[in-house]
Design a protein around this ligand. Structure first.
Ligand code: GSH
Length: 206
């Protein structure tokens, strides 16, 4: 059984969602960043970490890609042009969408206060809005970013959409908002949120 290490209300949710999409059994080991459970899998102390038997893999994007490839679902096969385009969308999400959200978060409450630059929020909002305009062009009239099938970058973009709403970044009405509603309305995400909530409550009660 897979073990997902970290706190569910973080990028860890991406892995829980992914495993729900795949229908694979897993358990959640609730652990904070920089604790031994996490640093054993990532010396940088960042979550999530995935344990697959004796194998430990850090990084949410690497883990989602690994699981998709391993189970042959939610991805085009490696080495195909479709996969090249899919990976470009994954990278777009990480660079342009998550990059803006993460820089804003780090300068709001993550970094030590003395090195934060809160004014950077304005720049991040500008970058995020630009990324949303680009996403609309990528989507064109597609159901998902690579076409008719839901793949890894849709999951990552959907996770970022929840993050953006929580951080009060504005999501444009129209095709992008409809796309995010489609992606975030998936049953697998609902189950993942419920599993994450239960695991968090059980860890707090222990
Ligand atoms: N690129 C990494 C980033 C992981 C990351 O920054 N995770 C956050 C929680 S969402 C964390 O553990 N932060 C602690 C830190 O930055 O020291 C991934 O996608 O897994």
């Amino acid at each position: 059984m897979y073990q997902v290490v970290g706190k569910p209300n973080s990028r860890v949710m991406r892995i829980i969602w992914m495993l729900e999409e795949l229908g694979e059994p897993y358990e959640i080991i609730v652990a904070a960043q920089h604790t031994d459970e996490v640093t054993k899998g990532n010396p940088g102390g960042k979550m999530p970490v995935l344990r697959d038997g004796g194998t430990i893999i850090p990084d949410s994007v690497a883990i989602c890609t690994y699981l998709a490839d391993k189970h042959g679902k939610l991805t085009a096969p490696a080495g195909t042009p479709e996969r090249g385009r899919q990976d470009a969308m994954t990278q777009f999400c990480v660079d342009e969408v998550e990059g803006a959200l993460w820089t804003a978060a780090k300068n709001d409450f993550i970094h030590p206060e003395e090195v934060r630059t809160p004014e950077i929020r304005k720049t991040c909002e500008h970058e995020f809005a630009k990324a949303m305009r680009t996403l609309e062009k990528h989507l064109a009239d597609r159901e998902f970013v690579t076409g008719a099938a839901f793949t890894v970058p849709d999951l990552l973009l959907g996770h970022c959409a929840g993050w953006a709403k929580g951080a009060k970044f504005s999501i444009p009405e129209g095709p992008v908002e409809d796309y995010f509603a489609r992606v975030r309305g998936r049953d697998a995400l609902k189950r993942a949120v419920q599993r994450g909530k239960e695991a968090t409550e059980a860890a707090e009660a222990a």
